[in-house]
Design a protein around this ligand. Structure first.
Ligand code: ASP
Ligand code: MG
Length: 407
């Protein structure tokens, strides 16, 4: 590991305006360059640039073509990277921008959802060893044809972690618009506090279950290569949160209560209980790019089953279409859905070995008069699907119970 080499990442809101880009340049200089670090910086596109480019393409043409969308979207990060390099030069630093191809990001898979296969940052390394600051575009790589690929929305976090691994950096510092990772959303649970550190497992679980701070894929990648991540604000000073390997502790610590209102529930009812039915349904959904979560198949009633799961609310229409068509084909009894649901989860490593925890969680919800629609658990979390109007109340009472010592 190179002990004085770091990778920093600034998200879209941190570089949304010229003023903010200049502020970011100052942070890079004061926080790291002046202290003798070798610095590579990964940036997102300015503010809502990516959304705006997508909208522009939609207005220009009714054809949706992933390759062209990718060639368009990568320009957003190329703007912010070049501008930040200029701002760093203005402060008297040696700086140069590199796009995904120049920085050696190799990707494969479907356009707009590329996956990183390799990072060969030779030019970046050379520049660092010459004492330069490298500014690298997030969210992009090139495929085997040399075409640009983007890495899925929010993909710059992943770019930053992957670059930190490839450069053998000491850690990856993700500057964002919140000042760390909290025990719950402070806007919903007034007693929420900032965590000084969380383990990879906890953070993956938090990201997957709706916490907005880090992209789940980037934390999984960090965990795989044991790359520590430090999250803090790009605007205000103060301690942030470490995501890193933590020592094993006996005794349960519930680390966080997270929630997600942007989900919808869909169920295929009375599905014939024969092999291949679930395979058929989820293949159809996958073909349409519809990600599903929290799949629950109920116990058999006679010779039929119900299969229920969650999708992102924005994908509900597509999911209903796929499920209804499939239900007709296999002679299922029907499809129901509900977009007015949300999920709330408690997270803590090893929580499944504490038999009283589910009971406590369900009791808190029942005391608040909240009906539970679906339940699922992993070794590190328990999740309940409830009506979306009850989510805030559920989060604050679960936080009070598990984290503020209220019974
Ligand atoms: N600019 C891309 C997006 O908005 C990537 C990122 O911000 O991480 O999704
Ligand atoms: Mg972003």
């Amino acid at each position: 590991m190179s002990y004085n080499r770091v990778v920093l990442k600034f998200g879209g809101s941190s570089v949304a305006t010229v003023e903010r880009i200049r502020n970011v340049a100052g942070r890079i200089k004061g926080d790291y360059v002046d202290k003798g670090y070798e610095v590579a910086v990964v940036v997102s596109a300015m503010g809502k640039t990516t959304d705006n480019l997508i909208e522009l393409a939609r207005k220009t043409s009714s054809v949706s073509d992933g390759r062209e969308i990718d060639q368009l979207l990568v320009t957003g990060e190329q703007q912010s990277a070049a501008l930040l390099a200029l701002a760093l030069k203005d402060l008297g630093l040696k700086a140069k921008s590199f796009n995904g191809s120049q920085a050696g990001f190799i990707a494969y898979g479907h356009h707009t959802e590329g996956r990183i296969t390799d990072v060969n940052p030779k030019r970046v390394e050379e520049w660092l060893s010459e004492g330069g600051v490298a500014v690298v575009t997030g969210f992009q790589g090139i495929n085997e044809l040399g075409d640009f690929m983007t890495l899925g929305r929010g993909g710059s976090d992943l770019s930053a972690v992957a670059l930190a691994v490839a450069l053998d950096g000491e850690f990856c510092h993700i500057y964002t618009d919140v000042d760390g990772i909290y025990t719950a959303d402070p806007k919903v649970a007034s007693g929420a506090i900032k965590l000084s550190s969380v383990s990879y497992e906890e953070c993956i679980e938090m990201a997957a279950l709706g916490a907005k701070v880090l992209q789940a894929r980037s934390v999984e990648f960090a965990s795989l290569y044991k790359m520590p991540i430090y999250v803090s604000s790009s605007i205000v000073d103060g301690e942030g949160t470490w995501v890193r390997e933590e020592g094993i502790k006996e005794g349960l610590v519930i680390k966080a209560v997270v929630h997600d209102k942007n989900v919808a529930k869909i169920a295929v009812l009375g599905v014939p209980d024969v092999p291949g039915i679930a395979a058929g349904l989820f293949s159809r959904l996958a073909e349409r790019g519809i990600g599903v979560e929290m799949i629950i198949q109920s116990v058999m009633r006679g010779d039929v089953n119900d299969i229920a799961f969650l999708v992102k609310e924005t994908l509900l229409g597509d999911a209903i279409e796929v499920c209804s068509e499939y239900a007709r084909e296999i002679d299922a009894q029907g499809v129901t859905y509900d977009s007015e649901v949300g999920r709330v989860s408690i997270i803590g490593v090893g929580l499944s070995v504490h038999p009283d925890i589910p009971a406590q969680m369900f009791s808190v919800l029942s005391r608040e008069g909240i009906n539970i629609d679906m339940i699922s658990s992993t070794s590190n979390s328990i999740t309940c699907v409830i009506s979306s109007t009850s989510v805030d109340k559920a989060v604050s009472s679960l936080h009070k119970h598990f984290m503020e010592g209220e019974v």
